[in-house]
Design a protein around this ligand. Structure first.
Ligand code: ATP
Ligand code: MG
Ligand code: MG
Length: 350
């Protein structure tokens, strides 16, 4: 049978490995952090540093295809793997989404709406970008940000020195604050044969920069939901993508604005585990292993709630409630750390 390599060993890797196991596909996890959520459930694991070329070569030799669960894998490691085995989704999707500036330009060149933006590499550039874009605005590091980390909001130009200091000198991007009425995301898949299938758009609520809840169906007009799906399809096709992609969108009076894309399964797609015949994890495994895409149509209305930090103390009560619990096997509940999620069916819709 086939063996899939997964770069990164967090909860997304864990749920990919579980989906692969259901399809009879073996999984090797490559994760320098030993014993993480994915390594606990994978059939085999390889633990080494990202720059251990020997270990990377052994890992690549053991697998038929390699995928990843986070986008910040060092380029040299990807080069070492790609010399031996295909990486899916491909390198272009990674390059585009690793850098918020490259990502914004890619989206703009596709004709999609984004927040107004300007590159910022110094305090002087931040001040001129603020003069151009105005306030309120958000300064973000171009790379490595997630869960709202590496971001500073500016209400006034007087906050520029503090905001620039918060970036720690990292190459950054200033974004105008988009006045949105809701946040949506579309999880879309594209097979090796070019077939595209998107899950229904979810409606997301963030707290302190971290996803709190995703609800389906989104409370938007049908035409807007269709537009969101079509946007995801354009991005998938433009990247000649193989696998599952997450697209985050803002709903505004002027239509949909793309916030960011993630070249992988996405937290806002966890509801598909309970709401669809085929979930995002199986869809991704199918695509990257060269299988046809599965039936991702939605049979239920679902609310997915993240369990963050101390929320883990609610597990006994949630277990008693009988809702679908997904726990990631993390030992320590640090503030802001995603420990698990719960999916609740609120209505049958099929
Ligand atoms: P993720 O964990 O989704 O990767 P991230 O750290 O990459 O998050 P963003 O998605 O860029 O961060 O921002 C987090 C949240 O902050 C967004 O979901 C949105 O609520 C808000 N936000 C970010 N950028 C803007 C913007 N330009 N205008 C309005 N709100 C924004
Ligand atoms: Mg992000
Ligand atoms: Mg985001």
């Amino acid at each position: 049978g086939a063996t899939l390599g997964i770069l990164g060993g967090g909860q997304l890797g864990r749920m990919l490995a579980l989906a692969a196991a259901r399809l009879g596909i073996r999984v090797h996890v490559y994760d320098p952090a030993a014993g993480g959520p994915a390594a606990q459930v994978a059939a085999a694991e390889t633990v080494a540093a990202w720059d251990d070329t020997g270990a990377l070569a052994r890992f690549a030799a053991e697998v038929d295809a390699v995928t990843y669960e986070f986008e910040n894998i060092p380029t040299a490691s990807l080069d070492a793997i790609e010399a031996l085995v295909p990486i899916r989704p491909g390198r272009r999707a990674l390059a585009v989404s690793q850098d918020r500036l490259t990502e914004k330009r890619f989206l703009r060149d596709l004709g999609l709406a984004t927040a107004p933006f300007a590159p910022v590499d110094s305090l002087a550039e931040l001040e001129s970008a603020l003069a151009e874009l105005g306030t309120p605005a958000i300064l973000k590091t171009r790379r490595f940000g997630y869960d709202g980390k590496g971001q500073a909001r500016l209400r006034d130009v007087a906050e520029a020195p503090a905001a620039w200091a918060a970036m720690g000198g990292a190459p950054s991007i200033l974004e105008g604050l988009v006045p949105f009425s809701a946040e949506l995301s579309v999880i879309g898949g594209r097979g090796a044969d070019g077939a595209v299938a998107c899950f229904d758009p979810g409606e997301n609520v963030h707290e302190d920069g971290i996803l709190r809840r995703t609800s389906v169906p989104a409370t938007v007009p049908a035409a807007l939901a269709t537009d969101a799906v079509l946007i995801a399809g354009r991005i998938l096709n433009a990247l000649d993508y193989i696998g599952v992609l997450g697209v985050e969108l803002f709903v505004t009076d002027a239509g949909l604005v793309v916030n960011e894309i993630a070249p992988r399964v996405h937290n806002s797609g966890h509801w598909t585990q309970t709401g669809c015949t085929i979930c995002q994890f199986e869809q991704h495994v199918r695509a990257v292993c060269g299988w046809p895409l599965g039936d991702g149509s939605r049979h239920s209305d679902v609310v997915m709630e993240n369990l963050i930090g101390d929320d883990i103390a609610r597990v006994p009560a949630l277990a008693a409630e009988g809702a679908a619990l997904h726990l990631y096997g993390k030992a320590e509940a640090r503030p802001g750390r995603k420990m698990g999620h719960v999916n609740r069916i609120v209505a049958r819709s099929g």
